[in-house]
Design a protein around this ligand. Structure first.
Ligand code: NAD
Length: 354
């Protein structure tokens, strides 16, 4: 069993903890938190050992009647790998502590790429993290782009990628980032920093990205144009993308027109927290003009990196082949939406309007 700790139990940390706890070959030793708030309560309800991330604040847990299993240093002594899910920049501050405890560490996309030996996406760069001590799982947007670009590059070759990323203003619980009423070029510099981040996974792909932020909370929307090196037909590209195991091709018959209905779909499917771990690609949007491929996809920023963190753990701690790790993660979590409407012929089996 790989012993795993999670430091930082917010949006990403709580999801990674649940995903680790669900794996047959991993043991969640515990989670570290700075405060005994509602999320600490959620961890306790799930039966997770709670560790005080900041020693000076340990008394706050006792005062709130929350029992801890010790300090963060105790958790670090008990694990093979820690998944740092702290806010952007805190991971870099934590790195010397992880090194002092001689523990492998995974960082999130808010950290600079230089923090780690490898940037990770299971589909795009699994082997680059093999046996590494410090790995960064790339951001939600880079994860979403990597999952589409990997099969396109392998199958058709990529001449040039142009992507416009319409990004949610904040996560649903981030009241400090809203409300807003605007559409903001973000960053206003073009091309944006997202393309170079994709190059940490695919160094040779020529990609330009543009970013916007809009007053939404559920998901990001990507408008993608990929100039391929060959000219496949549309059906072949749809089959290729549908054949990937972390993509969901949204059939037209589903009547899903945006992030709101996608989240409803996930909740109707019984997904924890309404999470969508897959890239959600509108099948109707997939089109070719010569060698230019176009599509719209949505990525759930709170969820898509979660299975990637699980696979990063196996890349760092085991010899398991990438495909087997991905399959094991998907099986344990239930990744892989497959609409009953996918072939367009069985609409009566869904009661989406009820
Ligand atoms: P968050 O604010 O929801 O959670 C971070 C948690 O860490 C909070 O509970 C906070 O109290 C805690 N924390 C703060 N300082 C700490 C410390 N010193 N030690 C331990 N815990 C500490 O943030 P998040 O959205 O989960 O983001 C975490 C990381 O994941 C960031 O690098 C972010 O860029 C990245 N990421 C976020 C998203 C997203 O959309 N939320 C998507 C992909 C990647």
């Amino acid at each position: 069993m790989i012993r795993v700790g999670v430091n930082g139990y917010g949006t990403i940390g709580k999801r990674v903890a649940d995903a680790v706890a669900a794996q047959p070959d991993m043991e969640l030793v515990g989670v570290a938190k700075t405060r005994p708030n509602f999320e600490a309560e959620a961890a306790l309800r799930r039966g997770y050992d709670l560790y005080a991330a900041i020693p000076e604040r340990a008394d706050a847990f006792t005062d709130a009647g929350v029992e801890t299993a010790g300090a963060l240093s105790d958790m670090l002594e008990a694990v093979d790998v820690v998944v740092d899910c702290c806010p952007s920049g805190i991971g870099a501050e934590n790195q010397p502590m992880y090194e002092a405890h001689d523990v492998k560490a995974i960082y999130q996309g808010g950290e600079d790429a230089e923090i780690a030996e490898a940037s990770f996406n299971a589909r795009g760069s699994f082997e680059t993290a093999r046996g590494d001590d410090h790995v960064r799982v790339v951001s939600c947007n880079t994860t979403g782009l990597s999952r589409v670009l990997a099969p396109l590059e392998e199958t058709y070759g990529i001449e040039k990628v142009r992507a416009t990323l319409v990004r949610r203003g904040g996560d649903p619980a981030q009241s400090d980032r809203g409300p807003i009423n605007d559409i903001i070029p973000d960053p206003v510099e073009v091309p944006s920093h997202h393309g170079p981040d994709v190059n940490t996974i695919f160094p040779d792909v020529d990609i330009d990205t543009l970013g916007l932020t809009v007053p939404a909370t559920h998901m990001h929307t990507h408008s993608l144009n990929v100039t391929l090196e060959t000219e496949p037909d549309r059906e072949a590209v749809i089959d290729l993308l549908a054949g990937e195991n972390r993509t969901f091709l949204i059939p037209e018959a589903a009547g899903i027109d945006g992030a709101g209905k996608l989240k409803e779909y996930a909740m109707d499917a019984g997904r924890p927290r309404g999470d969508l771990w897959e890239n959600c690609i509108w099948e109707r949007s997939v089109n070719l003009s010569g060698r230019d491929l176009y599509l719209f996809q949505n990525v759930h920023q709170e969820a898509d990196v979660v299975p990637e963190n699980v696979d990063a753990i196996r890349a760092m701690c085991t010899e398991l082949p990438a495909e087997e790790s991905i399959a094991r993660t998907n099986e344990a979590l239930g990744v892989g939406l497959d609409s009953l409407l996918a072939d367009g012929g069985e609409g009566e089996r869904l009661t989406a309007d009820d």
